[in-house]
Design a protein around this ligand. Structure first.
Ligand SMILES: [Zn+2]
Length: 1007
């Protein structure tokens, strides 16, 4: 199929060929091993087995004599819980593999390695079931080859990662015994991983696949079987049988897939200059065929897509996306060297798509746009990994990062819109959320900022397996794409493209390392690129440019631009007129400190750093300065409903109408003002005045926090909080007087979060200090003025350690509290330990909580201040948000953690055990049991108490409902009326309103 974009003139090519003639000294000492595979394999689709035989001719081109050869047996990743894959799944909190039935797991067996037809010793290691070491009977000298033979059998697992099947749809990848890479840095034996890709030797494949005749197969390699070629052509030409389109998605089909024929076919594929071989077989595939003419040689490449009928609506144009990718990547990097390129629609549990030489598999997509992006990306991997075979496990950015950069470039080229959200139906959304100023691709910048604005990002040059899950995507893919775009803009597109062509020509079918890419880019551009590789690739150092001054000197605008990044980097600075047009742009060379740029003064209204959003800058609020006016650096103020991402051209204040409620103030309409949503800011505040309809007065909340990230801590937060609301209650004494309490609370805290051993660590430790001042202004009965102001100060020191490992999440909380202004000054210590022992399913588990506390205050202190509460309803620090704080029916799990309301007074010492056991079924229901011992309780017969019942965790740990069924003496008192216990009154609600607030939730995102 021909598209207009295929006949674009090729401007940059004269330059390209100039540079190809540059020095070749790099290659003088280069060597690499060679592998030639001959594989026969048969698919048994009733037992999901592969039966195969493999021969590998291994040629030692290294200067070393080899005594052994490392081999990968990657299907064994699915063999047991010991494999690196299995362990990584748990680390990433993925439980599908661990809870899978044995029949759904996979393995490779029936191996019998021979070298040059002699049996050899093979060493296995229990810790790494997917790697083995073949000990050679005789050493393999430099320049010599040997032949390795083995039969093999693969049990194809269910779809957990890449190799797998969903019923009779097969993804046959990472499936055959394969030598590890030996290069100038040594051997690279690597276990199969889900997060972390591969490194393989180049060579040739001759593969024969036998399977039932009615399978449609997509594969690496040139198909040599003419009858199969005709079969695929007939499918591609066939008019679509409309009845097929009604199929439900893969995995949900109800035996609509046709039975396998009893006849078999054998398909023969051969291919040179590839380092892997994958194939996909499915009986339901629809087929489309096209071709694309390469930009320079005009050679024609056959292109295919194969997809399941249920996804027809997205895949109709799928083959065009393959063509777009093959054409543009060829144009920008070097021509596609193979004869065919295929994308298929398949089950994949390891992300949106996965690349193999000449064939890529795309997982579930939800729109044609998304399919386009994923196909472009996966097909693009033919260059960055397929042809340029870097070590993806160690330097993942060399394939994923560069490939994301080119994927962005292709999708931008094909897009008709320049705004961030291009759908025209979204125009009003764009306007409302102030998104119209942001260009397409700004979403990538925001993705990088998720972790970067919390200072939890990692360097681009980080081994794949060491990334946190979020950083694996946000840094290795997205940030890499951004920094290469920055580099391209600094060098200029033609120089950048020329360099990448040289890189391609020099390193195709080889193993380039980061230093090799750097050498080519440096050589071709003639620039020192240390700033790029040492900082943007190798560190988490962030870029920030700041406009410090704009003034007129000799009829020119002198503009001071400060680079605050801590390393040299080039700045792009533009002069902009009154209507927003860019008049001129300066690109500086990389520098550090302050640079003065001179602009022609005419018509300039403001100066802006990086108006096109090319630089991955972390602080864009210091990028604009007007030429005239008293507050040149301050952006125009904008009061904005609900809010949006931070707009660097505005000083934003967000607001939102809110309604609060508590049992005393009743409904409280109000308005919340806040300065932040995303990216996260160092200084964030929220102010929420609320009008009490019952008391006819203003109450509310306010909070301001400053987050800092020094090198010795993960994060230090300084925060002030203020809250004021009303409560009332009838006194518990004989007079039964109505008390009206207006409480106000101010607090200041410092949270010190310890640095983790690694960002992937499940252990988080925090030390915090809080100073709390409370004032309770009390009015009795119908008295009209405050008769008592009760002011108290508290100091709380807290150590909290939390281990979120999915195998056994547990936490420890230690607390010391004291007050010398309380009615009875006291010291108080307490410790809480919790652990969840997962059930087989791992998504639920038995929760155990142990609490112990001791206070020096008197047990008969009626205020409850300084005491522990058995039922978790003594909140004298006003830490929790309650809808009804004097009604024991609402509670928060603290101290004794009793779910039943007990009529026990607060205790000065307390030991308790709480157990929650959710039933191992889908429904949110479980049983609970609590026990408490009060050593100092005056009633010696009732020092031990217990309760048990059922509970409904509607939202786990946020909203839970408890129904006590069995309680000891002191639990029998009902909440409301101790004389008439009543089942309904015993029901209690645990609502964690504090943790439900959206702005609090946002920051808790785990990176
Ligand atoms: Zn990729």
């Amino acid at each position: 199929m021909k598209k207009s974009l295929f006949i674009k003139p090729l401007a940059a090519f004269a330059l390209v060929f100039l540079f190809l003639g540059l020095s070749n000294s790099y290659a003088q000492n280069y060597w690499q091993q060679k592998v030639q595979y001959r594989i026969q394999v048969r698919l048994d689709d009733s037992s999901h087995m592969l039966h195969g035989n493999e021969e590998v001719v291994y040629q030692n081109n290294s200067p070393e004599t080899l005594q052994y050869i490392w081999f990968h047996l990657w299907p064994n990743a699915y063999k047991n819980d010991k494999s690196a894959f299995a362990k990584q799944q748990l680390l990433n909190k993925k439980t599908k593999f661990h809870t899978a039935a044995a029949k759904d797991r996979g393995y490779i067996d029936s191996l019998a390695f021979e070298v040059n037809q002699q049996a050899v010793k093979v060493e296995f290691n229990d810790e790494f079931p997917d790697i083995c070491k073949i000990i050679l009977n005789a050493p393999l000298l430099p320049g010599q080859s040997l032949v390795i033979n083995t039969p093999f059998r693969v049990k194809i697992p269910a779809s957990f990662s890449r190799l797998g099947h969903v019923k009779q749809a097969y993804q046959i990848t990472q499936w055959y015994p394969k030598p590890a890479v030996f290069d100038h840095k040594g051997w690279h034996p690597i276990s199969y991983l889900d997060q972390g890709e591969f490194y393989s030797e180049f060579g040739s494949f001759d593969v024969k696949i036998t399977l039932p005749s009615n399978y449609v197969v997509a594969s690496t390699g040139n198909l040599k079987t003419i009858s199969e070629e005709l079969f695929l052509d007939s499918l591609a030409n066939a008019k679509l049988d409309s009845s097929k389109i009604k199929f439900t998605p893969i995995g949900k089909t109800k035996a609509i897939t046709p039975a396998s024929t009893s006849t078999f076919k054998t398909l023969h594929y051969v291919q040179d200059s590839v380092h892997d071989f994958a194939w996909f077989a499915d009986k339901d595939f629809l087929v489309k065929k096209s071709s694309v003419r390469l930009p320079i040689s005009q050679r024609e490449v056959k292109t295919w897509v194969m997809y399941r009928p249920a996804n027809k609506k997205y895949w109709e144009k799928g083959v065009d996306y393959v063509n777009e990718a093959v054409y543009n990547y060829s144009l920008w990097n070097g021509e596609y060297p193979y004869n065919a390129c295929t994308a298929i629609d398949g089950a994949l549990s390891a992300g949106g798509g996965m690349e193999y030489p000449m064939v890529t598999v795309i997982g579930g997509v939800s729109s044609a746009k998304m399919l386009e992006t994923v196909i472009v990306h996966e097909v693009g991997h033919n260059w960055f990994y397929g042809i340029l075979g870097s070590n993806e496990r160690k330097h993942g950015w060399m394939d994923e990062g560069l490939n994301t950069f080119y994927e962005n470039r292709v999708t931008k080229l094909l897009s008709t819109s320049n705004v961030m959200i291009s759908d025209s139906a979204m125009a009003s959304v764009n306007r409302f959320f102030d998104l119209k100023d942001f260009p397409q691709g700004y979403g990538n910048y925001l993705t990088y900022m998720i972790a970067a604005s919390l200072h939890k990002d990692q360097a681009i040059e980080t081994p794949s397996a060491d990334f946190t899950q979020i950083n694996y995507g946000a840094v290795m893919y997205t940030k890499s794409g951004l920094v290469f775009y920055y580099l391209q803009n600094y060098l200029g597109r033609s120089v950048f493209d020329s360099a990448m062509h040289v890189y391609f020509e020099r390193w195709k079918f080889k193993h380039p390392y980061p230093e090799d890419l750097k050498a080519v880019l440096t050589e071709v551009s003639g620039k020192n690129l240390d700033w790029f590789f040492d900082y943007l690739i190798n560190s988490t150092d962030q870029i920030d440019f700041k406009l410090t001054d704009v003034k007129v000197i000799n009829n020119q605008l002198a503009v001071k631009v400060q680079n605050r990044s801590g390393f040299e980097a080039p700045a792009f600075v533009s002069a902009i007129d009154r209507s927003g047009n860019v008049l001129e742009t300066f690109k500086t060379e990389p520098y550090i400190g302050t640079n003065i740029l001179y602009f022609d003064q005419a018509k300039v209204s403001k100066i802006q750093i990086d108006p096109f959003y090319v630089i991955p800058e972390v602080n864009r609020n210091n990028n604009v300065m007007r030429v005239k006016g008293p507050f040149k650096a301050i952006e125009p103020f904008r009061l904005q409903a609900i809010g949006s991402i931070t707009n660097p051209k505005k000083s934003q204040l967000f607001f939102m109408p809110i309604v609060g409620y508590n049992a005393y103030d009743k409904w409280m309409p109000g308005i919340a003002f806040y300065n932040h949503i995303f990216p996260f800011k160092k200084f964030e505040y929220e102010i929420a005045p609320m009008y009490s309809t019952a008391y006819k007065e203003w109450n509310g909340l306010a909070k301001a926090a400053y987050h800092s990230y020094p090198s010795f801590a993960k994060e230090i937060t300084y925060m002030v909080n203020f809250a004021t609301f009303n409560t009332n209650y009838i006194s518990n004494d004989m007079l039964a007087v109505m008390h009206y309490d207006k409480f106000s609370k101010s607090s200041f805290n410092i949270d010190f979060e310890f640095k983790q051993a690694s960002l992937q660590s499940n252990l988080r430790q925090k030390l915090s200090y809080r100073f709390i001042h409370t004032n309770i202004a009390t009015t009795y009965g119908d008295a009209s003025s405050v008769v008592n102001n009760n002011k108290q100060d508290f100091h709380v020191l807290n150590f909290n350690a939390e281990n979120s490992a999915i195998q056994l999440p547990h936490s420890l909380d230690l607390r010391y509290e004291f007050s010398n202004t309380a009615a009875t000054p006291y010291h108080k210590i307490a410790g809480t330990f919790t652990a969840t022992i997962p059930y087989q399913s791992l998504s639920k588990g038995l929760n155990i909580r142990l609490f112990g506390g001791y206070s020096t205050t008197k047990a008969d202190n009626f205020s409850g201040v300084g005491l522990f509460s058995v039922s978790g309803d003594n909140d004298y620090l006003f830490d929790q948000v309650y809808t009804d704080r004097n009604n024991g029916q609402y509670f928060y799990v603290q101290d004794g953690g009793f779910k039943a309301f007990t009529s026990l007074a607060n205790a000065s010492s307390l030991i308790s055990l709480n157990i929650k056991a959710p039933l191992p079924i889908k429904a949110p229901i479980g049983i609970f049991a609590d026990a408490a011992y009060l050593p100092n309780y005056f009633d010696t017969d009732n020092r031990f108490n217990y309760a048990a019942g059922i509970y409904f965790p509607i939202i786990n740990n946020l909203l839970e409902v408890y129904m006590p069924l069995y309680v000891s003496t002191f639990g029998k008192g009902s909440l409301i009326d101790t004389e008439k216990p009543n089942f309904k009154n015993q029901i209690r609600f645990m609502i964690n309103l504090t943790n439900l607030q959206p702005l609090n939730l946002l920051r808790k995102i785990s990176i």
